[in-house]
Design a binder for this molecule. Sequence first.
Ligand code: PLP
Length: 397
Amino acid sequence: VKPISKIASAIAPSATLAISALAKQMKADGIDVVSFGAGEPDFNTPETIKEAGIAAIRANKTRYTPAAGIMELRRAICNRMKEDLGLEYEPSQVVVASGAKHNVYLAIMTCCDPGDEVVVAAPYWLSYAEMIRMAGAVPVEVRAEASAHFKITAEQLEAAITDKTKMFMLNSPSNPTGMVYTKEELEALAAVCEKHGIYVLADDIYYKLVYDGIEYTSIASVSPAMKEQCIVINGVSKTYAMTGWRVGYALANPTVAKAMSSYASHSTGAPATMAQWAAVEALEGPQESVEEMRQQFEKRRDHLVERMNKVPGVSCIKPQGAFYVMMDMSSFVGKTMYGKVIENDGDFAQLLLEKNLVATVPCTSFAAPNYLRWSYATSMEQIDKGIDRLEEFIANA
Ligand code: PLP
């Protein structure tokens, strides 16, 4: 049999899924692992949303839906986007897909030809670079330095743009850095994108998880021109603790939205019908649980950051959104721990898991070498236990 395609053989498996799968397996084997690997809320889906999914099944809402999603959901999305972000779209501009992840993929496939360049602010969510490559396009990294609070500037963006640039991808709040761009910073980036007429993929999936009382701005809302160029990505996974339901959505100008929906119609079709009805309830029903979960995340962030910054040899910047902290472990590179020379974040993460049973995600695959990503989508007790173990791990090395 002939080899698999060049594109498929170049795809790296998801490092985050790999480490959380390993931690889950160790737990299933009865090993007391404390896991900070999760990319999902630890809360359960709120009861009213679960009931809406069950009711949909009972009412036989079990058949195919239009590829872009049921009209009720597309309307609910338009209303929520208007209320929360001041963004006005028609239901025909909404594409519902099997998770925001698939929306990102559809957007890239719709806007980019092989050889086109896509500028990505690094550190970035590891799936971005792989998806760009899957389209035959070329990821171009712009490095956001820790000294700049992991945010890129308009000058850096301008310098990265060439004749081949088709798209700029921005994720705020960011996975893995947790940083949130201000309205002014977004305006400066938008001006560059407008000047060059490039698409902007605005991954706003963590928009409800912002802290310190800051007000969230979507880059799509800074000007009418920017809205026209933007593909806004969002979904119910993180906001409503619905990662397994697989419902995400995109909002775009009519041409892009129509092409994305055609692409989806020939590849997956719409997400599960009952999951779409549950998402309608999520977006239209009571919103109190969203704020309750946000407050829990904020408390955990404060606690984790405070404790982490007291551990000798490591440090972190306090993030303003999402549920991740990036721990700088560069002071250990080149040192010997437990008889092994630490060459990178991967070595450190593996030893920490083996010796003290703490699972984290090495950030090399997020284009952030010598950092470990800690997700605080876990309880306060687990956070304390994890940091206690980190202290022991470092002290006994
Ligand atoms: N975008 C970012 C930055 C993410 O971190 C994730 C999930 O980890 C997603 C999109 C995709 O979310 P989903 O496919 O569950 O809607």
